[in-house]
Design a protein around this ligand. Structure first.
Ligand code: AMP
Length: 551
């Protein structure tokens, strides 16, 4: 059974597998493209269109289309309504996944079921769970979700002979998200050292600046005309902005005609002007990169052997040149930015990881117990790969880190209000698992105390840092789940010890355990984030299955 890697991107998505020759290969979609625009168009109640056709249809009826849904993943407060049906970000993503899988099934003539889906490295627990659920709703078995930079590093490493340990800096600027990650590759081991990013920063922000510029140019010449209320004009402007941006990666200057209400304005945009209009956006990515490099340095990473550029936006010449400038500040950089098939590398790396997972899972199965004799052959046979490949996949070790700190909300006992009026006292977050801890991670029991005398129960609130460099202040964290430790024995004095343990699995699932050690009263919970229970997933699955998708 072949496993597939899926890059579920903000603007484009891509599916890959390991072909008969053992190399990762991208599967073209139904109209022969390597990548499929992540656009969903709700044509009729039971019919959706996905990909380029959806992007075209959206030009005429933008109110029936969803773009950039990845930016909304993990948000409980976001939904979409079309033809009387409600869709969550997960269901919209599921429609994209289903279309990619269906197209690959038609092209390869084999089922697509086991998949690894990539996510930005700094995606928190909620976004990862939402991505996993999107796969489930699409009827896929999600072997794992994998950080995009790790996928890029895996695909980069593939075909590079193992040598001395190398450090890579992955700079990934996509359509809607930015992340930057330091990775150590040592033989078969690929380890994330640290990671940073911004989920709301990407190509679409560049497009928005260009669109505003075009609009200003138009209204400067025709101050009495207001095209902003015309959805179609605005949608066309959006497309024009993105095209201009792409063309200016190779051309120095471009002209366009803007037509509205009988008026025409010719606008020129030069690469220099584009760089000025968006200088602060690029600067934000550099600042995050610099902070991430600083964190890596504190963990002993002295320099980089290679800088890998991923994501369509890194085709902009300004990205590589500013990044070179940043790295050169610390003396001559060994590795200069090198683009690495920005559109396809992530899906290919995910396909490699899917195969690694499969081989390792096969080992855990009944055959694993027979001892290693002939094991590679059996696994290879079942997965349709060579025994050498099976052996090499078995020894691969991919570790990632806790993307941001996770902790519990506690009361500041130095605040005098803590004893008299606890609700008004200062609260802060103690991070039990700090950012960059290697996964799987276990905090071990950390001792906290009850706040009041005779406290009958205790609420454990789990908070997640919103930025990797965030502090313990509540404002830098967000509440992601809670559990109640009930039935504490009577007459407990305040400050009775309560032990809390966090465990995060390799795949980023967080389990929490809180116990009052003397009575043994305890509570355990896994973070069920996003609030979609099994029944809701089943409903969403049925709703997605009903759609006859055509791309
Ligand atoms: P991704 O999410 O990695 O597919 O990145 C897509 C983003 O890259 C979109 O914002 C595209 O507009 C942008 N992009 C693609 N090609 C180019 C190019 N040649 N120059 C600048 N940006 C590009």
């Amino acid at each position: 059974m072949t496993a597939f890697g899926i890059d579920l991107g903000t603007t484009n998505s891509c599916l890959a597998y390991i072909d008969e020759s053992g190399r990762p290969a991208v599967v073209r979609n139904s109209i022969g493209e390597n990548t499929t625009p992540s656009v969903v168009y709700f044509e009729r109640r039971d019919s959706v269109v996905i990909g380029s056709a959806a992007a075209n249809a959206a030009l005429l009826a933008p109110e029936l289309a969803v773009r950039h849904v990845k930016r909304r993943m993990g948000r409980k407060d976001v939904d979409f309504h079309f033809h009387g049906t409600r869709y969550t970000p997960e269901t919209i993503s599921a429609l994209i996944l289903k279309e990619l899988a269906a197209a690959a099934e038609r092209r390869l003539g084999r089922p697509v079921r086991d998949v690894v889906i990539t996510v930005p490295a700094y995606f928190g627990v909620a976004e990862r769970e939402a991505t996993r659920r999107a796969g489930e709703i699409a009827g896929l078995d999600v072997l794992d979700v994998l950080a995009e930079p790790v996928a890029a590093a895996l695909s980069h490493q593939h075909g590079h002979p193992a040598g001395s340990p190398r450090h890579l800096l992955v700079y990934d600027l996509g359509g809607g998200t930015f992340d930057t990650t330091v990775i150590r590759v040592d033989g078969d081991d690929v380890n994330v050292v640290c990671t940073g990013g911004d989920r709301d920063l990407g190509g679409a922000d560049w497009d928005a600046r260009i669109r505003a510029f075009l609009l200003e140019e138009f209204t400067a010449r025709h101050p009495r005309l207001d095209p902003t209320a015309d959805e179609q004009f605005m949608q066309e402007l959006w497309i024009m902005a993105e095209q201009l941006k792409k063309e200016l990666s190779s051309a120095r200057s471009r002209r366009r005609n803007l037509r509205f209400a009988g008026a025409t304005v010719q606008v020129e945009l030069t690469r220099e002007r584009l760089e000025e209009l968006t200088a602060d956006l690029l600067q934000r990515t550099l600042k995050i990169t610099e902070d991430t490099i600083d964190r890596a340095r504190r963990q002993g990473v002295a320099g980089f052997d290679e800088v890998v550029l991923v994501g369509g936006m890194t085709r902009m010449p300004a990205v590589a040149s500013r990044l070179e400038g940043l790295l050169a500040k610390d003396g001559p950089a060994d590795g200069m930015p090198r683009r690495h098939e920005p559109d396809l590398a992530v899906a290919q790396g995910a396909a490699l990881f899917a195969l690694i997972k499969q081989v390792q899972q096969e080992d855990d199965g009944p055959d694993g117990r027979d001892g290693p004799d002939g094991r590679d052959e059996r696994v290879a046979d079942r997965l349709g790969i060579s025994a050498e490949q099976a052996e090499s996949m078995r020894s691969r070790n991919v570790t990632t880190v806790v993307p941001r700190g996770f902790g519990v909300k506690v009361i500041d006992e130095h605040d005098p209000l803590a004893a008299t009026d606890p609700m008004r006292a200062r609260f802060f977050v103690v991070h039990l698992l700090p950012a960059d801890t290697p996964l799987p991670a276990d905090s071990g029991p950390v001792v906290f105390g009850t706040v009041l005398d005779n406290q009958p129960m205790l609420e454990v609130e789990v908070w997640e840092q919103t930025r990797p460099d965030g502090t313990e202040e509540l404002a830098d964290n967000t509440m992601i789940g809670r559990g109640m430790l009930r039935g504490l024995p009577p007459r407990l004095p305040r400050k009775t010890p309560i032990e809390i343990t966090f465990h995060m699995s390799e795949t980023g699932r967080l389990s929490v355990h809180a116990v009052e050690p003397r009575s043994g009263r305890e509570v355990r919970f896994d973070l069920q984030i996003g609030g979609m229970d099994k029944a809701a997933v089943a409903d969403a699955k049925a709703a997605v299955a009903r759609h006859d998708t055509t791309s």
